[in-house]
Design a protein around this ligand. Structure first.
Ligand code: FAD
Ligand code: ZN
Length: 226
């Protein structure tokens, strides 16, 4: 109770399975007394491109544009575009970040990747000497909740799904100092029976009930590649 949760959601259709997973999370966490904020990226028409437009006013080096340097400098002088500042405020306030999305090409959809690219600016989320356990978003938890097209059996026989979590969980979230809860994967909601779909939705509700008692994973290469 009293915890703050930000759900960053990347699906176009509220009636989708992802939409149902989102709805469940909002309802269950609200019921627990958490305050829940949703960034519905498609509904917001969130800009995924990392461009010059993210910096308000003058550039640090107008001769040769460097996105990382320019956003870092802009962050320090309060010169990031409004949409970024708003997302950063939501991240800053959150105890837990949940990412809800369908798997696209073994990765997150571009709109969500764009959120990562643009929101997690140097100076805000990490710094040169402050990465991984020392990242600037220390004290926060995250959870990647996603759906696949491929079945659980296919993923089990054709390579561990943990491989593709390495860039998302370790490369992004752990890099920023965020502790990682076990991912929540709903396999092939389009292909399974209605009964199985209902089961998967119930399992998500059940998991959320005891979520705050969970320990983060040991986010080291062994978890992913052993
Ligand atoms: P939906 O189609 O929205 O939902 C499935 C079914 O659940 C629908 O019939 C819906 O009506 C029903 N449903 C919704 N809510 C409820 C409810 N409350 N109760 C019961 N039923 C409900 N997959 C991979 O495995 N690997 C990849 O690399 C990959 N790359 C992709 C790349 C692209 C560009 C695209 C478009 C897809 C890719 N996919 C991949 C497939 C994708 O991951 C799946 O299509 C997606 O995860 C399915 O989730 P959804 O929410 O869109 O499903
Ligand atoms: Zn890690």
């Amino acid at each position: 109770a009293g915890k703050k949760v930000l759900i960053v959601y990347a699906h176009q259709e509220p009636k989708s399975f992802n939409g149902s997973l989102l709805k469940i999370a909002v309802e269950e966490l609200t019921k627990q007394g958490c305050s829940v904020t949703v960034s519905d990226l498609y509904a917001m028409q969130f800009e995924p491109r990392a461009t010059r437009n993210d910096i308000v006013g003058h550039l640090h080096n107008p001769e040769a544009f460097n996105y990382g340097v320019e956003t870092w400098e802009a962050y320090k002088r309060g010169g990031l575009s409004k949409d970024l500042v708003e997302e950063q405020k939501k991240v800053q306030e959150a105890d837990l970040l949940i990412f809800q999305f369908p798997l696209f090409w073994f990765n997150m959809p571009a709109i969500l990747k764009g959120w990562m690219d643009r929101v997690l600016v140097q100076g805000f989320a990490y710094d040169l000497s402050k990465a991984y356990d020392g990242g600037l978003l220390q004290g926060k938890l995250c959870l990647f909740s996603f759906t696949t097209g491929g079945s659980k059996e296919k993923y089990a026989t054709r390579g561990d799904i943990r491989y593709l979590l390495w860039p998302m969980q370790h490369g992004i979230m752990h890099f920023c100092g965020v502790k990682v809860l076990a991912p929540h994967i709903c396999y092939a909601p389009e292909s399974v029976s209605e009964e199985k779909r209902k089961e998967m939705l119930t399992a998500w509700t059940q998991r959320l009930k005891t979520l705050w008692k969970e320990e983060p994973i040991d986010c080291s290469p062994e978890w992913y590649f052993k």
